[in-house]
Design a protein. Structure first.
Length: 133
């Protein structure tokens, strides 16, 4: 398929600040193991992290920004930590490099989701737009 930009005037450019989402998040099926809240938290942390993946956000601020209850937030953070996507040591978060080797034996899924349950990406992104919009 020949791909060309549809709207050249609004062609996306990498911003000067440090931030990106590694395409291996999808290719290596990390995102398939996460619920919508964990995906929203991961996207937020990736967006605000510095070049070393570090950021400081209080739990209450993250809950408010992401419209999550404390329980939802703690489950989301636990899912990211157990899958090796984020390290947390109060009050510091570190977004970790993706490690394909860790997928050989994936940890158990977040509460309410099985490892082979599909993630509804449309719902995840709708939730993200709702929260950030």
């Amino acid at each position: 398929m020949d791909k060309r930009p549809i709207t050249l005037a609004k062609l996306r450019r990498v911003p000067r600040q440090f931030s990106w989402v590694d395409h291996r998040l999808v290719r290596d099926h990390y995102i398939d193991q996460l619920g919508p809240q964990a995906c929203a938290l991961y996207l937020f942390l990736v967006t605000v992290a510095d070049a070393q993946g570090l950021s400081y956000y209080a739990d209450a601020s993250l809950c408010q920004r992401l419209s999550m209850t404390s329980t939802e937030f703690h489950h989301a953070r636990h899912a990211l930590i157990t899958r090796g996507l984020v390290a947390y040591q109060c009050p510091l978060y570190q977004v970790l490099a993706l490690d394909p080797a860790s997928l050989e034996a994936p940890p158990s899924a977040a509460p309410g989701a099985a490892d082979d349950d599909p993630v509804d990406l449309k719902a995840v992104f709708a939730r993200i737009w709702e929260v950030l919009g």
